[in-house]
Design a protein around this ligand. Structure first.
Ligand SMILES: C[S@@+](CC[C@H](N)C(=O)[O-])C[C@H]1O[C@@H](n2cnc3c(N)ncnc32)[C@H](O)[C@@H]1O
Length: 212
């Protein structure tokens, strides 16, 4: 059954994520996600989608990495309230699914520190899906991509949000203020180990890891 993020039990203030749902519904089941790593969780809308969609009838482990301090694009949003909504929304999704084998692990820290802790001999290649939706600064996206790569299994999926997003208006973009330059650098350098999924829309970029 499809996830219903408009359930009145949730407390979301935006629906940025929903434009991806049709693609994720079609693509993600091919990767049989049982362990998912999400960088950038905000109020938990994408995490709740994952809990509702893949948390029924199987064990599921989702790691949510976020500082809950916001990024340059978040202006004066009160991030302590965002974090409270994350906790509440994830709890609601877990209750809705009612599966004790669904586990959500919260890593409240900068992504490079969280990833540095996760990268161990046991955990390398442990994740079926990595969702990169944290900082949109190119240097952060590049380290999320390179460090995250080591945590994804061969044959797993890496999803980069906001591939074509930029802080500035079209024509005057700062390459360092947008994910695309970092994602392009990653995809170019890792070309023998990761390939872009064909026939998928490019607001997000979908990349399959093909080798360790
Ligand atoms: C666009 S929001 C994530 C949206 C979420 N995936 C969804 O679909 O609802 C980006 C999040 O990344 C977090 N963030 C920004 N820079 C970060 C960093 N360097 N490390 C960890 N989290 C970061 C922000 O606090 C923010 O909550």
């Amino acid at each position: 059954m499809a996830a219903s993020l408009n359930d009145p039990g949730y407390d979301f203030t935006n629906d940025w994520f929903d434009q991806n749902i049709a693609v994720w519904d079609a693509l993600l089941p091919r990767f049989a996600p049982k362990r998912i790593l999400e960088i950038g969780s905000y109020e938990g809308r994408s995490a709740c989608y994952l809990i509702e969609t893949f948390g029924k009838g199987q064990a599921l482990e989702i790691h949510c990495v976020d500082t809950w301090e916001g990024g340059v694009e978040h202006g004066d949003i009160v991030m302590s309230d965002v974090e409270k909504r994350f906790d509440k929304n994830v709890q609601f999704a877990l209750t809705k699914v009612g599966n004790p084998d669904v586990v959500v692990k919260k890593h409240k820290k900068l992504s490079h520190l969280a990833l540095a802790e996760l990268i161990t001999v046991e955990r390398q290649g442990a994740f079926d899906v990595l969702y990169v939706d944290g900082s949109h600064q190119a240097h952060d996206v590049l380290s999320d991509a390179v460090m995250g790569f080591h945590l994804v299994r061969a044959g797993g999926l890496m999803i980069f949000d906001d591939y074509i997003w930029s802080m500035e208006e079209m024509g005057s973009q700062d390459l360092l203020n947008m994910p695309k330059s970092a994602i392009d650098a990653f995809v170019n350098v890792f070309t023998r180990k990761a390939i872009v999924v064909r026939n998928a829309p490019v607001y997000q970029l979908y990349v399959t890891k093909t080798a360790l």
